[in-house]
Design a protein around this ligand. Structure first.
Ligand code: GTP
Length: 347
């Protein structure tokens, strides 16, 4: 079984976190995001994976190499200009000679791909779309089906006043038979959601759905990225993904680190600092009496004495000054928040 991971988007909505790091390798609890996707594919016995890249491809290739550390064989196909989600798969078609799983490279889920493949085979469909029920379907593509699960209609990012028939959205995971690619509408960029799937329905091609239970989110915005980190800490992605925290040698005995938080062992935490439900990556320094709560602090950053970082993501090599408050914010890499700043929480 083979898979194509779509990982070439510019990730504009996730800026500033993706200015220097492509979305597929932004870490979730210290592991590059793509590692979770490769785990899921390996569990479904997928061994051949093509990564369709465009934005900052070298950084991804440098990190994952030939895939041998991840237990899969990785192949890279780089688009000089993004071709759209379906265009990217068409571009890789010489490697897709049999049924394939196609995944967006920005979804975190514990969906059972083996069950998806079985359902696809049994339905005899040309394509199967995994659906995920969500609370806020308007931000996604809503997919309507008949009572047998056959897809009947797509509603991409519906308007605020439009009544919705379902809260099942396109989860960004598809199983496709190779002939599906022959229905591709002409055009420079072709997406699954706006172009290919609607074209398939128009031609009467059988597109089936599979509704996933369990955990599903995408990490397309800083807010969702933060939530995905906290969900992994809370074990919502399943017990095998709950991170193990190694001893943090440079944590002062007078610092408080709760049991949920994950810190890289290289982190320094000084006396009186408090870390609650947070992720702190390698080589960070948390100074005396700083409070970090429901936050992700990316690598090599420093949070100054008595500063508070809450419900926020702090980029790499960033300095949060003494006595400042950062709340509900996403701060880019190499930034300086000057002492006594009040970001998101003005007195
Ligand atoms: P935004 O710019 O914030 O919309 O993010 P994005 O560029 O990641 O787009 P979107 O979230 O719609 O993409 C869903 C998935 O498809 C992501 O994993 C993208 O990397 C991937 N993707 C989107 N467009 C392309 C493309 O043209 N080529 C390839 N190879 N992948 C793409």
């Amino acid at each position: 079984m083979q898979a194509v991971i779509l990982a070439g988007g510019k990730a504009t909505r996730m800026r500033p976190l993706t200015l220097h790091t492509p979305k597929p390798i932004v870490p979730i609890v210290g592991r590059p995001f793509l590692a979770y996707t490769l785990d899921m594919l390996r569990r479904a016995h997928v061994r051949e994976v093509t990564l369709a890249l465009s934005y900052q491809p070298q950084k991804i290739e440098d990190m994952f190499g030939d895939g041998s550390h991840s237990g899969v064989r990785l192949r890279y196909i780089v688009e000089s200009l993004p071709l759209g989600t379906a265009g990217a798969v068409r571009n890789a078609r010489e490697h897709i000679d049999t049924r394939a799983i196609v995944l967006n490279g920005d979804i975190l889920t514990d969906v059972n791909l083996t069950a998806v493949l079985t359902a696809h085979r049994e339905s005899g469909a040309a394509a199967t779309i995994v659906l995920a029920p969500v609370d806020n379907p308007r931000a996604y593509g809503v997919v309507e089906t008949d009572e047998t699960g056959r897809v009947t209609h797509f509603l991409e990012k519906p308007a605020a006043d439009q009544e919705l028939p379902t809260n099942n959205v396109n989860a960004g995971i598809y199983v496709i038979e190779p002939e599906v690619l022959t229905y591709m509408p002409a055009g420079e960029t072709v997406t699954f959601e706006y172009d290919l799937f609607p074209a398939l329905l128009e031609q009467g091609v059988h597109v089936q759905s599979f509704t996933a239970g369990g955990y599903w989110t995408d990490i397309g915005t800083p807010r969702r990225f933060l939530r995905a980190n906290l969900d992994v800490l809370a074990g919502r992605l399943g017990p095998t993904n709950v991170p193990v925290r190694e001893t943090v040698e440079r944590a002062d005995p007078k610092a408080e680190i709760d049991a949920l938080s994950w810190l890289d062992p290289s982190v320094t935490v000084k006396a009186g600092a408090q870390i609650v439900n947070s992720v702190i990556e390698d080589n960070c320094v948390i100074e005396e009496r700083a409070l970090i709560e429901n936050a992700v602090i990316r690598r090599a950053s420093r949070v100054g004495q008595s500063a508070t970082v809450r419900d926020s993501v702090i980029g790499q090599s960033t300095h949060v000054g003494r006595f400042s408050v950062v709340s509900g914010a996403a701060i880019g890499d190499k930034s300086t928040v000057t002492d006594y700043s009040q970001l998101g929480e003005m007195r």
